[in-house]
Design a protein around this ligand. Structure first.
Ligand SMILES: CC(C)(COP(=O)(O)OP(=O)(O)OC[C@H]1O[C@@H](n2cnc3c(N)ncnc32)[C@H](O)[C@@H]1OP(=O)(O)O)[C@@H](O)C(=O)NCCC(=O)NCCS
Length: 181
């Protein structure tokens, strides 16, 4: 199902036939190095992750969508939202704010073309227009200047360092409140 389009990209829901492309993203050590909480995935884990994403879309109405390049119809990345589990929600949320998490992961060979910026901007606009949420957060690896830059361009504000129990590290967290149109 197509969720949204930008000038160069289509964002759609994931399908089980997307395994190879998913592995090209989440099976890549360099991509995973920059994601605060994650490890490199095996093919089986990629399939599990795609299945979880499909369920997530059904349950919450959003997911970490597949990003397709219009010019050749290739799946080049993932960008979208994650529902916060209760623990994360408790530690990060304020009482009045329904919060979701934005993330963007692209195949390495497509970095540096502005695709992540374009996709992330469209996702934030989608949240403003279509999702019943008040706040978006995003955690990044502090060495990843690209993702920090994307969040700055989208007017996210630095919240501070947040501890991730699985990797035992503190990573920078950013937030942006949703402006209702
Ligand atoms: C982060 C990531 C999605 C960026 O993808 P991308 O398509 O290369 O991003 P963009 O091309 O939109 O570039 C974003 C900004 O970084 C800048 N940038 C690109 N390459 C750079 C480099 N080597 N050094 C410094 N800045 C760089 C761009 O110039 C752009 O800023 P600008 O618009 O002010 O010029 C990609 O590197 C990735 O998948 N990383 C691994 C996963 C990850 O870290 N995700 C973020 C946390 S969820």
């Amino acid at each position: 199902m197509i969720i949204l389009e930008t000038e160069r990209l289509i964002l759609r829901t994931w399908d089980l036939t997307d395994e190879n492309e998913g592995f090209g993203i989440w099976g890549d050590k360099e991509v995973k190095n920059y994601i605060p909480t994650a490890k490199v995935l095996t093919r089986e884990q990629v399939v599990m992750s795609i299945k979880k994403g499909i369920d997530h879309q059904i349950k919450y109405g959003y997911q970490h969508w597949a990003v397709i390049l219009k010019e050749n119809q290739k799946l080049i990345g993932a960008c979208g939202f994650n529902h916060l589990d209760d623990e994360m929600e408790n530690s990060l949320s304020r009482v009045d704010a329904v919060t979701i998490e934005l993330s963007f992961h692209f195949q390495r060979s497509f970095w540096g073309n502005g695709y992540a910026s374009e996709a992330a901007e469209a996702c934030v606009r989608y949240a403003e227009e279509k999702l019943d949420v008040r706040r978006i957060i995003a955690g990044v690896n502090r060495q990843n200047v690209r993702s920090v830059r994307i969040l700055e361009k989208l007017n996210f504000t630095y919240m501070g360092l947040v501890y991730f129990d699985d990797t035992k590290t503190f990573e920078p967290m950013f937030e942006r409140y949703i402006e209702r149109k």
